[in-house]
Design a protein around this ligand. Structure first.
Ligand SMILES: [Zn+2]
Ligand SMILES: [Zn+2]
Length: 136
C-alpha cells in the first residue's frame, strides 16, 4: 500500500505510514477514529486531518473501500485491486472482501425497465461472521 502511495506521487511521511499500518493491521475495517487512536500509538504526532486525507487518497487509488455500516457510520477496509465487495458482520462489524460479483443480470434488468444507462453499482452484504456464529 505504501509503495502504491509513493508511486502515485504521494510523499511517504511517518504520519501517513502510521495510518497505512493501522489500517493493514485491522482485519475487520476501521473507523477514522479507530485509525487515529491506533495510528497515534505508532506516531504520536498524527492528526485527524492526516487520517482523513490519507484515507481519501487510498480510496481514490482503490486500495481501501469505504464501508457504510448499517448504523450510518462509515469504516474503511483494505481492498484488492479488482472489482469486489465486502460482506459485513452485524454483530462485530468485521468486514471481509469477496470477489466475483455477478450482478450484470440485475443491471440489464434495471436498464431495460427504467431506460437508464446504468454505469456503476454499490453493493454491501450484511450478516453474521463465522466467529460470531460459533459464539451463539
Ligand atoms: Zn462477527
Ligand atoms: Zn460488483
Amino acid at each position: 500500500m505504501l509503495r502504491a502511495l509513493s508511486e502515485a506521487g504521494f510523499s511517504d511521511t511517518r504520519a501517513r505510514r502510521a495510518v497505512v499500518q493501522a489500517l493493514s493491521e485491522s482485519r475487520t475495517g476501521a473507523t477514522p477514529a479507530d485509525l487515529l487512536t491506533r495510528g497515534r500509538s505508532l506516531h504520536a504526532g498524527l492528526g485527524q486531518v492526516t487520517v482523513y486525507r490519507t484515507l481519501e487518497i487510498l480510496e481514490h487509488l482503490g486500495l481501501v473501500r469505504k464501508l457504510h455500516q448499517e448504523d450510518g457510520c462509515s469504516s474503511y477496509a483494505t481492498s484488492s485491486a479488482g472489482h469486489a465487495h465486502h460482506v459485513i458482520c452485524r454483530t462485530c462489524r468485521a468486514a471481509v472482501e469477496f470477489e466475483g460479483c455477478r450482478i450484470e443480470e440485475v443491471l440489464h434488468e434495471a436498464s431495460a425497465r427504467t431506460g437508464y444507462k446504468v454505469e456503476s453499482h454499490f453493493l454491501e452484504l450484511f450478516g453474521v461472521c463465522p466467529a460470531c456464529r460459533r459464539k451463539k
